[in-house]
Design a protein around this ligand. Structure first.
Ligand SMILES: C[S@@+](CC[C@H](N)C(=O)[O-])C[C@H]1O[C@@H](n2cnc3c(N)ncnc32)[C@H](O)[C@@H]1O
Length: 285
């Protein structure tokens, strides 16, 4: 349509149609604003990987017992739901943080492997392996530690802080080793740089043949699970390495374990918030 005719048409268009057109235009502008992709292929691969792992693409429903089941973008951004099919529940913010930590240790040559204790469907560890792949790193390993059968029943005699946190009753949290291996396989990332530690942390972590860790990610929810990981793995974390606590604000027993461990070991490195749930700190150099 000729420009002048278009202006004339707009001028006399009823107000309601005008607002529909305005709304459509502003939607287009919004979509353009959020679609800012990185330029280089490595960053593009990792960006798409995170979107696949959190499934912000196909938007699956939630199976969290405490929130509505419909897909909610904010929940997936902040890792607040339990996705019914996505490979991680930690959300985009904490995936971004994990990428930041792994890329930092690679760029700064901080020695050690990568590990997550509490992997569920494996998504965070799949991202770890993807980053090593993207950086062509063939030396570091990704350790994948889980019971592969859900959380243990709480032991309130030994760990009173865990009282009431009976997460073992949720079958949604039971994911088998076969399922997790399959998930790695689907991304083409199941190889000998990935090592699985099957069993309760109290049994597997003390004898795990890991010498040095560069990124230590704790996501076992309970005081017991967090403390077992801290006692057995934190001493192996390199100076300049990162520790991430997924549940610090979401599950108070986990934060209690962190506070107790830090106090006992005089750790004063500042704790940095990631989102409303997770925190991390860097072991001082
Ligand atoms: C919240 S989910 C982990 C979510 C995962 N990081 C992700 O990316 O979606 C907690 C996991 O920790 C595991 N877990 C908790 N305590 C454990 C323990 N003491 N020993 C072994 N596995 C444990 C559970 O089996 C479950 O898979």
């Amino acid at each position: 349509m000729h420009y002048l005719k278009f202006r004339y048409f707009i001028k006399f268009m009823p107000l309601t149609i005008c607002s529909i057109v305005t709304a459509l235009f502003s939607q287009v502008i919004n979509i353009k604003e959020v679609n800012q992709l990185p330029d280089d292929p490595r960053a593009l691969y990792l960006d798409l990987m995170k979107k696949c792992l959190a499934n912000t693409i196909y938007e699956d429903s939630s199976c969290h017992p405490g929130i509505p089941s419909n897909y909610d973008q904010k929940n997936r951004e902040y890792g607040l739901d339990w996705p019914s099919t996505a490979h991680t529940m930690i959300g985009m913010k904490r995936l971004d943080n994990l990428q930041y930590c792994v890329e930092s240790i690679l760029n700064e040559n901080i020695p050690g492997d990568l590990i997550e204790t509490g992997v569920w469907r494996g998504g965070a560890t799949i991202l770890m392996r993807a980053i090593l792949k993207a950086y062509n790193n063939t030396e570091r390993r990704v350790w994948v530690a889980d019971s592969f059968g859900g959380l243990p029943p709480v032991n309130t005699v030994k760990y009173p802080a865990d009282a009431g946190w009976n997460l073992n009753k949720y079958s949604q949290l039971n994911v088998s080793l076969t399922q997790v291996k399959n998930n790695f396989f689907k991304y083409g990332l199941l190889d000998n740089q990935v090592v699985f530690l099957k069993g309760l942390f109290s049994r597997t972590l003390p004898k795990a043949p890991i010498t040095t860790i560069a990124v230590l990610r704790l996501d076992g929810d309970l005081y017991e699970s967090t403390m077992d990981a801290l006692i057995n793995l934190y001493p192996k974390l390199s100076e300049g390495g990162y520790i991430i606590i997924d549940d610090y604000f979401a599950v108070p027993p986990s934060a209690q374990a962190v506070t107790d461990y830090r106090n006992t070991n005089n750790i004063t490195d500042p704790i940095i918030n990631i989102d409303d749930s997770g925190v991390f700190w860097r072991k001082s150099l």
